[in-house]
Design a protein around this ligand. Structure first.
Ligand code: PLP
Length: 545
């Protein structure tokens, strides 16, 4: 649906709605008595809408730190396509006009959703699910306010399900039931906000370390809590650069360290080497009581444990890839890149053998994941787990709730635990493993076809995030809902991304490029500084293949 409604239109809709509501209020009851009249109505219940011709400027202008001089393309301003709320007419009940109007809007919206779901590739959301069995629960206001483990006075809750789900995650991450604390959050961000808060409560003087490719919520936490924060460099894969981490740790040896470790970065799907991070801390003289690690597993926290790491398979794949890569450079054998690329293909072998497992057996303080990403919940949610000993430093009892307050929010979505519980029960370890394998297979398929078509692309080992050349046409980006950064776009291959969908996308991309780069002078962007020259297919880095 193309909603190209100009701004003046929006103003008109708003104004007429106000006129209607004012007239209906005037026709209604008037306040005649100065004394309190419980049946009286306020004569102008709807305040006038603030008018501004510069809504676009307000929404799309400003912002942007000095650090990022790059022009950032923002999405369209929703004010041009929003559905205004209109006041009911007096006779609405009898005519049913309003009901019919709303029903038609909702029906159209449903169609938009179906459409947009069909063309979604960029965000790591699994859109493939069926929660029909849970519709019967929609009629309840389920709220788990307070602590998941201590019932509050509000009885319409789903703690039975919440704690069941938390226990499942505790088993996944190797922590005993009586040693962990956690809750079902509103999203991965809340998990990060909580994990980093626990870290700061344990070490009030601590410095937060996070790789520069960490999710923006980590830096948001640093700002909210006014914590000193060190941004650590990354490797081209997107992983934290532990050499730089070491330099920064040594410069701040007098203060405890709070570290955000990424289990899948947002843009490149890179998994930080947890073991190397711990070793670096130890090498720099940080004993286990001088650091706190929060693992941000929003993206791959639930995929990593199910990546089947067959050593033999990894070895074969690596050797095969190394050979292919070698043949590519055969004609320019002096090129140092040959050696580099061979190493690049031996690296995954090494990673696959010692992929850093996330477990509370290691000295980590907390782990969080998103529930609406790989798991596939229809509403944003997440899971955050930490050690019980830590949370005691944070919690306080609240008499009004008869429960304990250790979460970030007050009220908590009581439906989310039901969705998580339902899907964990249905899929189980085996189901997730199957889906992870399918995602990785399809991600490789996409990457191979992109490279085959001469389009710059990269896929990290243990990841289903395919990074590739940012499409030149913003309309194309919008249609496929691709998230872009600098010259990169990515597709996060989720269970709902089928080969058919990828084929459709690839065909359109190839066709689009043939138009965008028809003119000899318009060249595809270079991605060497984003994903390495080995993965770059721009005219300058294109290899003989
Ligand atoms: C998506 C994401 C988040 C934030 O999760 P939300 O559920 O969107 O709040 C945090 N970290 C990483 C690495 C992510 O990919």
């Amino acid at each position: 649906m193309e909603a190209v409604i100009v701004d003046s239109n929006r103003t008109m809709v708003g104004t007429s709605a106000i006129m209607e509501s004012i007239s209906s209020a005037v026709n209604g009851k008037e306040m005649t008595n100065v004394r309190f009249d419980p049946t009286a109505v306020v004569s102008e219940p709807v305040p006038a809408v603030a008018q501004s011709d510069d809504v676009d400027d307000l929404v799309n202008g400003g912002g942007g730190s000095e650090e990022e001089k790059r022009e950032i393309v923002l999405g369209r301003n929703i004010h041009t396509s929003s559905f205004s709320v209109t006041e009911p007419d007096i006779d609405d009940d009898s005519t049913g006009d309003k009901e019919a109007y709303m029903a038609s809007i909702l029906a159209r919206y449903r169609k938009t959703l179906t459409d947009r779901t069909k063309f979604h590739l960029g965000y790591p959301y699994n859109l493939d699910f069926d929660y029909g069995a849970l519709t019967q629960l929609q009629h309840f206001s389920i709220n788990n306010l307070g602590d998941p483990f201590i019932e509050s006075n509000y009885g319409v809750h789903s703690r039975q399900f919440e704690v069941g789900v938390l226990d499942w995650f505790a088993r996944l991450w190797d922590i005993e039931k009586d040693e962990y604390w956690g809750y079902i959050t509103n999203c991965g961000t809340e998990g990060n906000l909580h994990g980093i808060l626990v870290g700061r409560e344990v070490f009030p003087e601590g410095i937060l370390y996070a790789s520069k490719e960490s999710h923006y919520s980590v830096f948001k936490a640093a700002r909210m809590y006014r914590m000193e924060c060190e941004k650590v460099d990354t490797l081209l894969t997107g992983e934290i650069d532990c050499a730089d981490f070491k330099v920064k740790l040594l410069a701040n040896k007098d203060k405890p360290a709070i570290i955000n470790v990424n289990i899948g970065t947002t843009v490149k799907g890179a998994v930080d080497d947890l073991d190397l991070v711990i070793k670096t801390l130890e090498d720099c003289g940080f004993s286990h009581d001088r650091f706190y690690i929060h693992c941000d597993g929003a993206l791959f926290g639930l995929m990593m444990p199910f990546v089947k790491r067959s050593e033999a398979h990894a070895k074969n794949t690596c050797l095969l890839l190394a050979k292919q890569e070698f043949m590519k450079y055969y004609y320019e054998i002096e090129n140092v890149k040959t050696v580099c690329s061979l190493f690049r293909y031996l690296m995954p072998l090494w990673i696959a053998q010692k992929a850093p497992k996330v477990t509370f057996k290691k000295p980590i303080g907390s782990v969080s994941v998103s529930g609406h990403k790989f798991v596939g919940c229809p509403m944003p949610c997440g899971v955050q787990l930490t050690r019980l000993e830590h949370v005691n430093a944070l919690a306080s009892n609240v008499e009004y709730l008869a429960s304990r307050d250790a979460t970030i929010m007050g009220s908590r979505n009581g439906h989310a635990p039901l969705f998580l519980w339902y899907t964990l029960n249905r899929k189980g370890y085996k189901g997730f493993q199957k889906e992870v394998q399918k995602c990785l297979r399809n991600a490789h398929y996409l990457k191979d076809r992109l490279i085959g078509a001469g389009i710059s692309a990269m896929l990290n080992e243990l990841s289903s995030t395919v990074v590739f050349e940012r499409p030149k046409d913003e309309e194309f980006v919008r249609k496929w809902q691709l998230a872009c950064e600098r010259n990169m776009a990515h597709v996060v291959v989720m269970p709902s991304v089928t080969v058919d969908k990828l084929d459709h996308f690839l065909d359109e991309l190839v066709e689009g490029r043939s138009m965008w780069y028809k003119d000899e002078n318009v060249k595809p962007p270079c991605l060497a500084s984003d994903i390495g020259s080995v993965n770059c297919c721009c005219p300058q880095h294109r290899m003989i293949s």
